[in-house]
Design a protein around this ligand. Structure first.
Ligand code: SAM
Length: 277
């Protein structure tokens, strides 16, 4: 399993895939349990395939999707095969768009009824692949409102990848909620990777965004975990506020290309990787 390459099931805003070549040489030499409390697409987790892990995100439909892939991977793949077949069978853009909108309504119905099922997990993957730029965005009423990407053809999953992902997820405790609660059990020699929504960027993840005071709270937790002997890596924007806040830790600046950003001028930027070891 260690040698098999697996990749994230969904594309996620702020996904760390392109930063992996920089992040991986900066990981601690050894650690016990792996924690990723702002999981999103989980690019680092799937690359590392840790033997013991706690993963968490505040998006309950995202974490339900991982739970379903952990426990009911075959059922998820059956649904995806069905959705992919139907979408690809349509010949006109109008038919494909109508099908996308029907699936989006079905997902919104799951949101309304808090339906955490194999079906809502499959719909989330479908919408992520067929929708614009792999965004997860809801309106003020909590309704998912990402438009279709007008793809001619969809390839929703790769069997070997889902099987590999399911195996790795079986070694993880999957939580849904606030990052602080998810980190409560972290102990000396565990490793926590914090990839929160960045400071001062348009935040599509949750109503209210991740504010300056949220970043200060996150810093307090970083400090607390540091005192417990936990190894910590955190990524954020390269800006004075963040560099001042984490001034006593090791800060490395890196140049990145940003994939999900409407304004093409802002697709390049500098980020920081902050470690306590
Ligand atoms: C930058 S993304 C993580 C990207 C991820 N590392 C990847 O590779 O795809 C940040 C994630 O934090 C989640 N989030 C935002 N506020 C949160 C909170 N208070 N507690 C837990 N998760 C939160 C969002 O739902 C989002 O998925």
């Amino acid at each position: 399993m260690e040698n098999v390459t697996i990749t994230p099931i969904v594309k996620w805003a702020g996904g760390k895939r392109q930063l992996l070549p920089i992040i991986k040489p900066m990981l601690p030499d050894g650690y016990n349990r792996y924690y990723e409390p702002f999981f999103g697409g989980g690019a680092l987790f799937f690359d590392l395939k840790p033997k013991k892990a706690v993963i968490n995100d505040c998006n309950p439909f995202l974490m339900n999707m991982y739970l379903q892939v952990q426990n009911n991977a075959e059922d998820v793949m059956n649904n995806l095969q069905d959705m992919e077949g139907k979408y690809n069978h349509f010949t006109t853009d109008k038919e494909k768009t109508d099908y996308y909108l029907t699936m989006r309504r079905a997902f919104n119905n799951c949101i309304d009824h808090k339906e955490y099922s194999v079906y809502s997990a499959s719909l989330l993957i479908f919408l992520n692949k067929a929708g614009f730029n792999g965004l997860y965005r809801v309106n003020a009423n909590g309704q998912y409102n990402v438009p279709t990407a007008h793809r001619k053809e969809l390839h929703l999953y790769d069997r070997n990848n889902i099987v590999g992902v399911s195996k790795v997820l079986k070694k993880a405790k999957i939580l849904t909620g606030d990052y602080k609660i998810a980190c409560k059990s972290a102990k000396e020699n565990d490793f926590v990777f914090f990839d929160s929504p960045y400071y001062d960027t348009f935040d599509t993840y949750q109503a209210g965004g991740f504010t300056k005071s949220n970043h200060k709270e996150l810093y307090c937790l970083y400090d607390e975990l540091n005192d417990k002997g936990v190894k910590i890596m955190l990524t954020n924007n390269d800006c004075e506020f963040i560099k001042d806040l984490y001034g006593k830790y090791k800060i490395k600046s890196v140049q990145v290309k940003r994939m999900i950003n409407c304004d093409s001028k802002n697709r390049k930027g500098k980020e920081v990787i902050i470690t306590n070891y």
